[in-house]
Structure formats: C-alpha cells, structure tokens
Design a protein around this ligand. Structure first.
Ligand code: DGY
Length: 415
C-alpha cells in the first residue's frame, strides 16, 4: 500500500519545515540543531529546487569552523533544552557554540555535486568555500590518521554510526566512572528500543566530559588514548572528499598542495581496513590493532571511495537479494544484529544513497539501480523516517526527517 501519494511535495515540505534560516535541523524535537553530515545531505535535497539555499546550507555549516580547520559535528545556533548534551556540556567552543568532534566529511563531495548542477553560477560560491573545505581536510589528515593511513573515529558520534557494533570492544575500554547524573532527552522524543542503551550513553558522555576538560586539545586527547577506531565511514568518506577536492582545485585552477599525496596515503589506509578472515572491510581498534568483526553498511562505501572489491560486490548482491529492505547497518547473520536499534541493524536511506553514488561511479549500474528502487519503495511506503527496520520495513527513530527527504529528492525518487 502506498500511503504517500505525493512524496516529491512531502519531501520538499519537510526540508522547508525543518529550515531554521540558513541551516536545517534533522528533525523537530530529537535533533534541534545543525548537524554536520545531515546538513550536507540536506543541501543535496535543496539543490533539487532551490540551489541558492543549497549553497547557504554548506556556508552556514562552515561558519562554525574552528580556527584550526575543524568543522564540528553540531552547531548550537540557538539554545534548545529538548536536546542533551547541549553547548554547556561540550564547552561551547568555536565561532558558533559547538561540539568538539567532527562527522564524516561529506561536504566537499556535496559541494562538487551542487557545483556540477549549478554550472557557472556556483563558481563564486565554491571558490569562496574551497579554502575552508581544504582546511578541514588538512585537519583530519593531521589529527585522525592511524599508522596505516586509515582515518580514526575518536567518539562513536564522530563516525555518525553512534552505537554500531564496530565500537563495542573499544567502548569496553572507556571507564564511565564519575560520569554523574544526567538526563537523556532522546528517549523522551522516540521509542527507547530504537536508541542506544544507557551503557553506551554513559560512555558517550564520559568521552565528552574528558574532551571538555582538556579544552578539545587534540594533542592531549591523542596522548590520553581514550578511544580510537579506524573505521570505514571516516576513511572511505575522507578519501572520496580528497578526490573531490582535487577535481575542484583543478577546475578552479587553485592549488591544493599535498592532497594528491594524501590520496595515496588514504588509499593505503582504506585497503588496510580489509579484514581477510571476515572477507569484508571492517573497523580496527587503533590502540590494540584488534578487528571489530563488523560487516556494516559503511563497509559498502568502498566504491564511494573509488576502490574496487569483487568480494564486497558479491556480498552486496547477496544482501540485495536476501534482505527484504537493504542495506542493513549490520549484517543480519551476525549475533548482535538488532533490527530496530539505530546502527545495529536498521537501514538508513542516506547511506544507501552514498553506496549508490559509488556503485554508479564504479560502473556497477544494475546494483545501483536495484538499490535505488528498493530505497524508493521503502520511503514511498513507510514515509520519511530517520531509518527503517531492514526485515519488515517499518519506520524507526525520528520522522519527517531531513536527510531522508533529501535522499528522495536527489536520488531515490528520481526516475
Ligand atoms: C545524538 O545525540 O543521538 C546524536 O547522534 C549525537 O550526534
């Protein structure tokens, strides 16, 4: 049954309703601020009907860039008591009060895509943005690489896949003693079975408190060795961003010193995430060298990063054929699979879109089209949810969700 008779209109209305003037919140209530990668994805949606607004989204995101190049994962433009942890817990640094960690850098890739749509008119916008995009890339290269050249996540929220099984072993090493009393807000907005557990939350907050104590000094955080996992989300997305920065710099005729060397380093890092025993790209604890043993939806971002893998392609073909609503964030055959709990099983439309971009770029058109159609059906039938149960397709988490609306407009809903 198709309950959503005019998804194009609905998707545009969601973006417009979530627009707070220059930036878009992911969804009312649960996420009342500007989130980094949500915002970049939102820009792709706006680009389908208001290209000027698309550029503004990215520009507002970079207006929160710290002096050292870091682009925070949340910008707290206006205080909202419905969210925890807010600016007071993070320390409120930056030109706009913000969090102290990043999120996967999809912005450079999105900026390139918007520019390609906007032709000549976008040139001024991207020319102005370029140094900021480059500075963020350099910050990541300086502070987040492991010894192999893979990019590390220093907080589960940094990779954006908050409670993925990828972090389970590394999280055991985070001691939450002294975290104190705090009141979660997320579970007052949505079903607690869809959200991370208290065990995880205590550790998320503890890591924030420690970061705040050292004023987000990256050198100090590195030596504290709290949590550092080299992961496919950060690594593949950073590699892709570096490739896009090179293309933008060539087209603009502006130098991007060092980026082609960075690409080589990141390619090595990305290849180093191949876990032979698992036959998949995996996450690796940068402190212990231990594999996480996780086949996640991020494992399928290899093509997005411009890397070929026949084994991943065969695995994807199996997933498209056997999982009713692919691509699950965690392999249903694995013991910790949980079909509703956030990043431990559910399907995320925007991750499907990124996987789809990679499949097209690398010439895997049949798989890309099956994935697009299945995502399109999932959204048209179940609405613009934050994410979906991969076995029965039911919506989960927040609703009227910005990035799912953007995914519809830019990719899933396009014939
Ligand atoms: C949350 O609060 O759930 C976010 O994912 C943190 O970025």
């Amino acid at each position: 049954m198709n309950q959503h008779t005019n998804p194009d209109r609905e998707a545009r209305n969601i973006l417009i309703a979530n627009d707070r003037g220059g930036y878009t919140i992911p969804t009312e209530g649960l996420y009342p601020y500007q989130w980094n990668w949500d915002s970049a994805i939102a820009a792709l949606g706006f680009a389908e009907f208001d290209i000027d607004r698309a550029w503004t989204e990215i520009e507002t995101l970079f207006s929160g860039q710290w002096d050292d190049g870091m682009v925070p994962h949340i910008l707290f433009h206006q205080q909202d008591d419905g969210y925890f942890p807010g600016p007071d817990v993070w320390g409120g640094h930056g030109p706009i009060p913000s969090s102290g960690i990043i999120q996967p850098p999809v912005a450079a890739t999105v900026a390139r895509k918007i520019w390609e749509k906007d032709g000549g008119a976008g040139e001024d916008r991207i020319r102005t943005l370029f140094p900021a995009l480059l500075a963020w890339h350099r910050w990541i290269m300086k502070w987040r690489l492991d010894d192999h050249g893979a990019v590390c996540t220093t907080h589960p929220w940094e990779a954006g896949r908050d409670n993925a099984p990828d972090w389970d072993k590394a999280m055991e090493g985070v001691d939450p003693t002294g975290v104190g009393e705090y009141q979660r807000r997320d579970t007052s907005h949505v079903n607690s079975a869809d959200r991370p557990t208290k065990y995880d939350y205590d550790r998320y907050i503890k890591l924030v408190q420690i970061g705040c104590e050292v004023d987000w000094d990256q050198q100090k955080l590195l030596s504290l060795n709290l949590f550092r996992v080299a992961d496919p989300t950060m690594t593949f997305i950073t590699l892709r961003a570096a490739r896009d920065l090179m293309v933008i710099s060539d087209k603009l005729g502006i130098a991007a010193d060092g980026v082609s060397d960075d690409i080589q380093k990141l390619e090595e890092g990305a290849r180093s995430l191949w876990n032979e025993a698992l036959n998949s790209f995996d996450s690796r604890d940068a402190l212990t060298g231990e594999w996480a043993g996780s086949v996640s939806n991020a494992s399928y971002l290899c093509w997005y990063a411009g890397l070929e893998s026949q084994s991943m392609l065969e695995r994807l073909q199996g997933t498209l054929a056997n999982v009713p609503f692919p691509v699950p964030s965690y392999d249903p055959a694995m013991p910790n699979f949980d079909q509703r709990r956030y990043w431990r099983g559910p399907t995320w439309g925007f991750m499907n879109m990124l996987i789809g971009f990679g499949l097209v770029d690398m010439g895997h058109l049949p798989e890309a089209e099956v994935l697009r159609q299945k995502t399109s059906q999932l959204i048209a039938t179940n609405g613009f949810a934050e994410y979906y149960d991969p076995l029965i397709g039911s919506p989960a988490g927040g609703n009227s969700f910005t990035w799912t609306a953007a995914v519809w407009l830019h990719w899933a809903g396009r014939k």
